[in-house]
Design a protein around this ligand. Structure first.
Ligand code: MF3
Ligand code: CO
Ligand code: CO
Length: 290
């Protein structure tokens, strides 16, 4: 049984700093997303920003990972390696940023729209965005780890999507990945109880088709078995008595994800916007089935 660390006040202060830098890095990366750039361009933008803020990009050389950020395009579920791949109009891309600052890691990711999104792209991206929000809403002292996964799985499957099983959220702090595992599927009332001072990520990978994945020969890139789209959002969370603090909360919206130049669709992420577009129903179903 591996126990879950409870962070001290001074550790939490450093987690806040690293989380804030990770969030700012993701906002910075989002401004550069457009057709014609390569995933290597994103790697350079992220690397230079993190180094420029006196921090280290945690993925670089982590268990042999060769780059400073993960870039996962379309059917790539996670751990995509930046390279010469050019982004095209209609692609979706997850950018997964992890910073190491003053001895602590901050881990956050989002999926962005390249140019004009397809209906399928919007569907899987908005379901994964909402799945993370619903998982976060379960977090408070006394709740169970299983409550988080249950909320995510119930919502994603209710929307006709599926949840990846092989890769899960994780404890985080002085190490990039530590106890506990935070699955994005499961049963309410099961697994360990959350305590104030625990820090972990929630990072649901949602697939448009089957949940099954396959790892490529590069030993990193994970793709959907059926080749259909996959999207992901991630935050680093601190459990508190009343709920949680999102340590990677952003000070500005993400360009090309939370905002993009299709005014008629409005902001896609908030419950209020979904209600407005549904004529009063809080369900995301109608809004997303365009
Ligand atoms: N950032 C990923 C996560 O959310 C892990 C990437 S590991 C790497 O846990 F080596 F691929 F960078
Ligand atoms: Co993570
Ligand atoms: Co991550």
């Amino acid at each position: 049984m591996s126990s879950i660390e409870i962070k001290s006040a001074s550790q939490i202060e450093r987690m806040r700093k690293s989380g804030k830098l990770a969030a700012a890095t993701l906002v910075h990366a989002g401004r550069h997303i457009r057709a014609g750039i390569t995933t290597d361009d994103i790697n350079r933008i992220v690397h230079d920003f993190i180094i420029g803020h006196s921090a280290y990009p945690s993925p670089l050389n982590y268990k042999g990972f060769p780059k400073s950020v993960c870039t996962s395009v379309n059917e790539v579920v996670c751990h995509g390696i930046p390279g010469p791949q050019v982004l095209h109009d209609g692609d979706i891309i997850n950018v997964d940023v992890t910073t190491y600052l003053e001895g602590y890691h901050g881990d956050t990711s989002a999926t962005f729209y390249v140019g004009t999104p397809s209906a399928e792209g919007r569907k899987v991206v908005e379901v994964s965005r909402r799945a993370l929000e619903l998982g976060i809403a379960e977090v408070r002292e006394g709740a169970r780890i299983g409550d988080i996964g249950a909320a995510i799985q119930e919502y994603a499957e209710s929307q006709g999507c599926s949840v990846v099983r092989e890769y899960v959220g994780h404890g985080i702090g002085r190490e990039f990945h530590m106890a506990p595992h935070v699955p994005h599927f499961g049963k309410r009332g099961t697994e360990k109880r959350l305590k104030a001072g625990m820090t972990f990520t929630i990072e649901p990978m949602v697939n448009l088709g089957s949940h099954e994945t396959h790892r490529l020969d590069d030993e990193w890139t994970v793709v959907t078995k059926d080749g259909r789209l996959s999207a992901q959002f991630e935050h680093t969370i601190l459990v508190t008595r009343e709920g949680c603090e999102v340590l990677t909360a952003r000070e500005e919206p993400l360009q090309h994800s939370e905002t993009f130049p299709f005014a008629e669709l409005g902001p896609l992420s908030t419950a209020a916007a979904l209600r407005a577009r549904n004529g009063g129903s809080a369900s995301a179903g109608t809004a997303l089935s365009a």
